[in-house]
Design a protein around this ligand. Structure first.
Ligand SMILES: Cc1ncc(COP(=O)(O)O)c(C=O)c1O
Length: 467
């Protein structure tokens, strides 16, 4: 193997070209190990993916056994045992009315297919004018062009803007930065959705897509308890399909199997979206696998329609090995009661993370700690009183991620939280298997990394000001 000193060495086209990423050779539980034996505590499960931990032998064995028995058959011609079993397992956990599962490889693909399914549902019913998608800003649903069109992430969109579709954006619920109106703000109450539907003309709206609890875009923001009861009512009133994007939050990340389970309707019953998308934790990171789950109403319409199925086909849909990995991940979650553990240890995690606001030399820049279960967002500010962000030019969160890596801590950064450009945040989303001692280690590493950054910031700010 070549010696990779710079990204231009070797033949891998890395995702970021400012530096050569460490070469990771092994994972075990919450830890990763690089080629030199250095240990990293993976505080964000990669991209909020690793829910059962790294290096779980029995999942590896299940994948190997399936690959050796039957790796692949085409999903149009055949079905396979893991796809059937995984669909049964997911539907058993899904809200009432959700009866079918369609498997793909990535979250973006699941979102892409979910939006197409929504459009096809309306077309099959003769409502051809229903083409508008409503999504939220900030929000993220993926990087393929339709999913990106529904994503309010300027950095990803800029280059491809001329190719993106027009998606109607409404403000996402973002309690930390909601206007003074608090829970009655239109974004928080759901009123923003109704206003957008009326503005677009209800007969033109196909679907509303949302992350029930925010991912990295809103840094794990949690809407008020009544939010989704109102969203469901509004969607029903205007014949708009509600797509819950649980790619990041699904499979237990927030301490319930679906994050929408934290919300109830006015009668106290679960809220059922029309379509759910999943990815990440569905496969624990072991093999690329995503899913869309659809309601009986939608399935029956497509089944009775003129196209004979969802007009969408991909070579690797319903992949036997990927579904076996999903099945093994779900079995592991269940066997070790890890979703319940995510809720319990999540409380410990949040309590310890909140201590960062009071302890250590970096405490004054910790603006907010929020989230649910094993999903937390920590937003940093230059001034806690005014919530003023650091100027982007300081690259505060990039410094923190680098300081963390030096100390052996892996963090997920995000930017733009105050105004689309400025505003720094890290996501904390470890494996649900993390122990109390490991939470302590995580918080200590984070506190000391934050101190490293806080020490350097005044000097860096001086340099920026002098320019
Ligand atoms: C809520 C949400 N939807 C969709 C996606 C896209 O998933 P993928 O990166 O697997 O394509 C992501 C990825 O971060 C996500 O967080």
């Amino acid at each position: 193997m070549n010696h990779r000193r710079a990204p231009s060495d070797g033949h891998v086209f890395y995702r970021k070209l400012q530096r050569t990423p460490p070469l990771i050779v092994r994972g075990e539980g919450v830890y990763l190990f690089d080629e030199n034996g250095k240990r990293y505590l993976d505080a964000c499960g990669g991209a909020m993916v690793a829910n059962v931990g790294h290096g779980v032998r029995e999942i590896g064995d299940a994948i190997g056994a399936q690959a050796a028995t039957l790796a692949y058959v085409n999903g149009t011609a055949f079905t396979n045992l893991p796809a059937e079993a995984l669909a049964d397992a997911l539907i058993a956990k899904a809200p009432p009315g959700i009866t079918k599962a369609y498997f793909l490889s990535s979250g973006s693909e699941a979102v892409e297919a979910a939006l197409k399914l929504a459009r096809q549902y309306h077309v099959e019913r003769g409502e051809l004018s229903r083409r508008t998608i409503i999504a939220r800003t900030p929000g993220y649903h993926g990087n393929t062009l339709l999913a990106l069109s529904a994503s309010a992430r300027p950095h990803y969109r800029e280059v491809y803007q001329p190719w993106l579709l027009d998606v109607r954006m409404i403000d996402a619920p973002y309690p930390y930065r909601a206007a003074a109106q608090g829970e009655s703000a239109p974004a928080m109450s759901g009123e923003a959705l109704e206003a957008a539907i009326l503005e677009c003309g209800a007969n033109n709206v196909a679907a509303f897509i949302a992350e029930p609890i925010g991912g990295s875009s809103t840094g794990a923001s949690v809407p008020p308890p009544q939010h989704y009861a109102r969203i469901r009512e509004i969607c029903d009133r205007y014949g708009v399909l509600f797509i819950a994007d649980e790619v990041l939050t699904g499979a237990g990340r927030t301490g319930k199997f679906f994050s929408l389970e934290h919300f109830r309707d006015r009668a106290g019953s679960p809220i059922a979206p029309d379509i759910i998308t999943m990815g990440k934790g569905l496969n624990g990171g072991y093999v690329a696998l995503s899913a869309l789950l659809a309601s009986k109403k939608i399935f029956d319409t497509i089944a009775a329609g003129k196209y004979g199925g969802l007009v969408h086909a991909q070579t690797y849909s319903h992949h036997a090995v990927a579904c076996a990995a999903g099945l093994a991940t779900l079995s592991y979650l269940e066997k070790h009661r890890l979703v319940e553990r995510a809720a319990q240890m999540g409380s410990v995690l949040h309590e310890r993370l909140r201590s960062l606001q009071n302890e250590g030399a970096g405490a004054s820049i910790v603006g907010d700690v929020r989230g649910k279960g094993m999903l937390a967002g920590i937003e940093f500010v230059a001034d806690r009183e005014t919530k003023a962000p650091f100027p982007r030019s300081l690259k505060m969160v990039e410094r923190l991620v680098e300081a963390g890596l030096q100390r052996g801590l892996v963090l997920w950064p995000n930017t733009g939280h105050a105004d689309g450009i400025n505003g720094d945040l890290v996501m904390i989303a470890p494996s649900f298997t993390i122990s109390e001692e490991q939470i302590e280690e995580l918080v200590t590493l984070l506190r000391t990394s934050l101190e490293d950054v806080a020490r350097d910031l005044p000097a860096a700010a001086g340099k920026v000001a002098a320019h």
